[in-house]
Design a protein. Structure first.
Length: 322
């Protein structure tokens, strides 16, 4: 892993670059362009940039109209407001009609740390993946962010792109392959599978290193696409390791963990443990908040050992043989 780069900065640069490659791309902003970094696109292509003010609902309505005219709108605001204040037109206009709109929610998870729980988005994945036809992507670092922005330009249908505010270690090389709907296996092990989404990936890889020192071999998967989820990869991992831990900077209800549990129950039942937010958080330093709420590498490793024990109990008692 290399130096830290802010996800929002990587997004702004990628959107600006995309604007030069595709004149159908337009950007809409709810008066937080300096925060989402969509302002970089606006400075370069002012005729394709629309700051609608603090009016998220109207912004999504406008994006629907632009899409119907053949444009590819990238809609920008904080994730917590995108998936609450604008949820009505997202469902009734964008998703219901299958429009080609990119909903880009920044400051996801706990990353808007000092603004506290009112600005921290821990229910956005659940809200968006519950909408039929909505593709949901949560990126882990700056490289994956750029790849996702470009891939979505050629993608058909509505999509939600989940973006963090804070700097995070760069995990991927520039030549990494990104395919919507396909998870990425970082390492293979036989004892447990750890599936993560978003910027917690580097913490999961650190946890896997700790487990290896304890003689435990973990498979690590970056499930950047939460919907549609890579059910085949999940089935394969479940069959090989017999136990799964999911890690997400999101509520334990309705997000990655729920999606994985649904896939596992349908194909290869094994114990699934979901590590995520169980309560609203608070205001404070992001690294301290992440440790306090269970996202530290040591806690992730401990949760992995716990689900391995669950697997062993099931095997010893022969629950699935009855």
């Amino acid at each position: 892993m290399s130096d830290k780069i802010a996800i929002r900065d990587a997004y702004g640069q990628a959107l600006k670059a995309l604007g030069g490659l595709n004149r159908k791309v337009v950007a809409l902003e709810a008066d937080v362009g300096g925060s989402t970094k969509s302002v970089l696109f606006g400075k370069e292509y002012p005729d394709r940039y629309f700051n609608v003010g603090i009016s998220e609902l109207n912004m999504v309505n406008m994006a629907a109209g632009l899409s119907l005219e053949g444009f590819i709108p990238y809609v920008n605001t904080f994730a917590v407001f995108m998936t609450s204040r604008a949820l009505d037109p997202i469902q009734s206009l964008i998703a219901y009609d299958g429009l080609n709109v990119r909903l880009c929610g920044t400051y996801c998870g706990l990353s808007d740390s000092y603004d506290g729980a009112s600005h921290q988005a821990i229910t956005d994945l659940a809200a968006m993946r519950s909408i039929p036809g909505m593709t949901v992507i949560s990126v882990s670092d700056a490289v994956e962010t750029k790849k996702a922005v470009m891939a979505l330009a050629d993608y058909k249908g509505p999509a939600y792109l989940r973006l963090s505010r804070a700097p995070h270690p760069v995990v991927y090389e520039d030549n990494m392959e990104f395919e919507i709907g396909k998870g990425i296996v970082h390492r293979k092990g036989s004892d447990v599978t750890i599936i993560s989404t978003g910027t917690v990936l580097h913490r999961v890889l650190e946890a896997a290193d700790l487990l290896e020192q304890q003689g435990i071999c973990a498979t690590v998967v970056d499930m950047h696409t939460v919907e549609p989820i890579d059910a085949e990869l999940i089935k394969e991992c479940a069959g090989k390791t017999g136990a799964i831990l999911t890690v997400e900077e999101h509520s334990i209800r309705g997000g990655l963990g729920s999606a994985v549990a649904e896939a596992v129950s349908a194909s290869c039942p094994v114990p699934v443990s979901i590590l995520g937010a169980e309560t609203f958080a608070e205001s404070g330093d992001l690294d301290q908040l992440m440790e306090k709420y269970g996202y530290g590498a040591r806690n992730i490793a401990a949760r992995a050992r716990e689900v391995i024990r669950q697997k062993q109990v099931i095997k010893q008692n022969g629950y699935f043989n009855r």
